[in-house]
Design a protein around this ligand. Structure first.
Ligand code: ZN
Length: 309
């Protein structure tokens, strides 16, 4: 993503939740623009689809990320929300699979890619307390709009009786049953306020049969749709941990966060999480690995990505 954070001021109250206002522009001059408007939560860490990522690559030859003065997530308390009418009676592997994914993230070598980064509130630990999932079979009508997604996340928090992590480390992932259509990204993360408390949230399109967002996991361990949302979930959670909110923490001079810098590159066919489940998941950028020359190369050939092995 590209980020500019200049206009922050107004917060608007929309029922139970408040959207944090932030002026934000996306794009690199190639015509890539997001929905971001003043008075809407920003799209952070957008996981662009493969074609868009490739088109932006030439402008991304920036080395290490720098610190921008904000907080990091010292840990994460996660809930996965599956929103949309078609989740009713769902019998595939995504819901159980994502519970396994979040339950195994913390303590994995993969999660440790974030532990070199600190903010005003300390170091990122990569630890996750997963509180499970909630299926919300109301229609998913956001079309990716950040304000609508925040309202859907907040509605799911309320309906499920989820206790928001008061530390600000609550991370609520909304898995849509809608395909992305003409949208040029697979997922994003953002932040806002629900019932008066700050939250982190993320949005994921349904990626079944979507070549532009497919990690091409050939392990046979997961359905293609699960493998795809698992991969982008690694990107977004790692980014939220290291750059959760305005004024921002860790991103590079092109606005790219740790997931962006290694998007669509994989250091290993499968990465084992701490509970033994294995995933094909992109690596995450490490300033330390880049400086030492010990990472694997990203799509610009910069050796700063950690595979999570
Ligand atoms: Zn990203």
């Amino acid at each position: 993503m590209y980020r500019k954070t200049i206009l922050a001021t107004v917060a608007i109250s929309l029922g139970a939740f408040v959207a944090v206002a932030e002026g934000q522009s996306q794009g690199n001059g190639s015509g890539v623009v997001d929905h971001g408007q003043a008075n809407e939560p920003p799209m952070l860490g957008i996981h662009w689809d493969k074609n868009t990522h490739a088109a932006m690559g030439a402008g991304r030859r920036v080395a290490n990320m720098t610190y921008h003065g904000g907080k990091i997530m010292t840990s994460a308390t996660t809930v996965a929300f599956f929103r949309g009418t078609s989740w009713s009676g769902y019998s595939g592997d995504k819901i159980t699979g994502m519970d396994q994914w979040y339950s195994g993230f913390g303590g994995s070598n993969y999660s440790k890619s974030v532990t070199e980064y600190s903010g005003t509130n300390g170091y990122a630990s990569g630890q996750v307390t997963h509180q499970g999932h909630f299926v919300d079979t109301r229609a998913e009508t956001s079309k990716g709009n950040t304000s609508v997604v925040l309202s859907e996340v907040c509605a799911a928090i309320t309906s499920s009786g989820t206790q928001i992590d008061p530390s600000g480390n609550g991370y609520y992932a909304l898995y849509s049953d809608q395909p992305r259509g003409s949208a040029n990204y697979c997922a994003y993360h953002s932040y806002g306020t629900c019932n008066g408390q700050g939250i982190q949230f993320a949005f994921f399109w349904k990626l079944d049969g979507d070549a532009g967002c497919d990690p091409q996991d050939t392990s046979g361990l997961h359905s293609q749709g699960l493998a795809a949302i698992a991969n982008v979930s690694g990107h977004e959670l790692s980014e939220a941990m290291t750059d959760p909110a305005s004024p921002g923490a860790w991103y590079d001079a092109a606005g790219a966060e740790n997931g962006d810098k290694c998007a669509w590159t994989f250091g290993a066919p499968l990465v084992a999480f701490s509970n033994g489940y294995q995933w094909k998941v992109q690596g995450e950028w490490s300033n330390a690995a880049y400086t030492a020359g010990t990472g694997y190369p990203n799509s610009s050939g910069q050796k700063g990505c950690l595979s999570g092995l």
